[in-house]
Ligand binder design. Structure first.
Ligand code: FES
Length: 104
């Protein structure tokens, strides 16, 4: 499985991902810049990504906690998610996200 990550500097990265990994962990463990300050506890919003439209419906909807944390993030859009709350499953093979500026 893999995911594609677009960074604010315009670069694109195709990263291998394993089932059960959080997307935040995939991005971090491949050495891309992502703050992810709370380590995936849904308590910081520094793993803010915007999900490519065609993938939005395939994600498990955001929990109340995630929506609350997203409220405090910058430039939130309908496609915004906290990527520590997206767990890789085979259905998400090919997932494409753009890292938000406030997550760097
Ligand atoms: Fe803190 Fe995702 S890493 S909310």
């Amino acid at each position: 499985m893999h995911i594609t990550v677009h960074l604010p500097d315009g670069s694109t990265h195709r990263l291998e991902a394993l089932e059960g990994w959080r997307v935040m962990e995939v991005i971090r463990d491949w050495g891309l810049p992502i703050k992810g300050e709370c380590g995936g506890a849904c308590a910081c919003a520094t793993c803010h990504v915007r999900v490519k439209e065609e993938w939005l419906d395939r994600l498990i909807p955001a929990s109340d906690e995630e929506l609350e944390m997203l409220d405090g993030a910058f430039n939130v859009e309908d496609s915004s998610r906290l990527c520590c709350q997206i767990i890789m499953t085979p259905e998400l093979d090919g997932l494409e996200v753009e890292l938000a500026e406030d997550s760097l």
